[in-house]
Design a protein around this ligand. Structure first.
Ligand SMILES: [Zn+2]
Ligand SMILES: [Zn+2]
Length: 343
């Protein structure tokens, strides 16, 4: 079977892999769509000398059909359309029981990350425990399922923590796949969205996705611009999906007194001035990391019921042979969602 690997230094390669069957409790998934996520770019860009797991297929947004059942599997049936929660976890600690396998309290070989430390979705098939499969509603495409397996559900959980509603103006920093999904979901929750990005192409997508206003920080101070759009007060809430120091700072300073902000963009640092930025403004700051297994199902249900047009985010669907070229394109960070697809 064919699969993709990241060699480091922005090089991806398609290789032939041995097709391994499922063990007890596991299933083999025939991939139909595998999302390219912004966080994949960290390993894609890693210097080759520092790159570990070079032989592991990336892809932590897998979506496909159950193609083979291991011994004892009762959770799913052959042919089921499923999304995969990409953290294995021990399955029985406090956080695994809540479906937050990414927070598993038992370190060790069980703590696999599909698409990182174990083969993920960037291959024709993948094997994982059946308990990680989340049913994909009939109304949704495999591409939408792939997006819900990480990026879109990440945005949903952060918005849910902030209890975003029709009373809110929400500033969303970064209009890559996570931020753009955040824009669509916040609009579906009834909010007025101010979309922020350095790419005018991405801001145009945000407008199409329902953002009421767009702000490009290249054209002036973003906090001042957002205050100008909110009667001088600031947004009610903000979502930071860019993962940069400057946008984290602005995500806090651009919300009003008693405002709330959620951070999902990973890595790096932030420096806030405790008193003027946070304390004297009564700010609530949330951290949010992907989603739980029940949360993924709940997000999918929301997307169906609210008719969130997730599929319209997809600007690139490529065959696996074209994955290296697709990553070169995705690396420029001015596209919509890109997926490896098997039609
Ligand atoms: Zn991701
Ligand atoms: Zn656990």
């Amino acid at each position: 079977m064919k699969g993709v690997v990241f060699l480091g230094d922005r090089q991806a390669e398609v290789r032939e892999f041995e097709d391994v069957g499922p063990g007890p409790g596991e299933v083999r998934i025939r991939l139909r769509s595998s999302g390219m996520c912004g966080s994949d770019l960290h390993s894609y860009r890693q210097p080759a000398a520092e790159r570990s797991n070079v032989d592991i297929r990336p892809g932590h947004e897998p979506c496909g059909e159950v193609a083979e059942l291991g011994a004892g599997v009762t959770e799913v049936s052959l042919g089921d359309r499923v999304m995969i929660h990409h953290y294995k976890g021990c399955g029985h600690c406090r956080y695994c029981r809540e479906g937050y396998n990414q927070l598993c309290q038992n370190p060790g070989p069980e703590n696999l990350y599909y698409g990182g430390s174990a083969h993920g979705g960037h291959g024709e098939t993948m094997v994982c425990p059946a308990r990680l499969c989340v049913p994909l509603p009939d109304e949704l495409t495999f591409d939408e399922g792939a997006m819900l397996a990480c990026g879109s559900s990440t945005a949903w959980l952060a918005l849910e923590k902030m209890a975003v509603s029709g009373r809110d103006t929400v500033a969303i920093f970064g209009q890559g796949p996570v931020g753009l999904a955040g824009t669509m979901l916040a609009v579906a929750m009834g909010a007025r969205v101010i979309a922020v990005d350095l790419s005018d192409a991405r801001l145009a997508m945000a407008t199409k996705a329902g953002a009421a206003e767009v702000v490009n920080p290249a054209n002036g101070d973003v906090t001042e611009r957002i205050r100008a759009l909110t009667n001088g007060e600031g947004a009610d809430a903000s979502l930071e999906a860019a993962g940069a120091q400057a946008t984290r700072k602005a995500a806090a300073t651009s919300v009003r007194v008693f405002g709330r902000t959620a951070l999902v963009g990973e890595r790096g640092e932030v420096t806030w001035e405790a008193t003027p930025d946070i304390i004297h403004r009564h700010l609530t700051i949330y951290g949010s990391w992907t989603v739980s297994i029940p949360g993924m199902a709940e997000t999918a249900r929301f997307v169906v019921d609210k008719k969130v047009p997730l599929q319209s985010m997809v600007t690139g669907r490529v065959a696996i042979d074209d994955a290296p070229a697709a990553y070169e394109r995705f690396d420029k960070q001015d596209t919509g969602k890109m997926v490896i697809a098997w039609d």
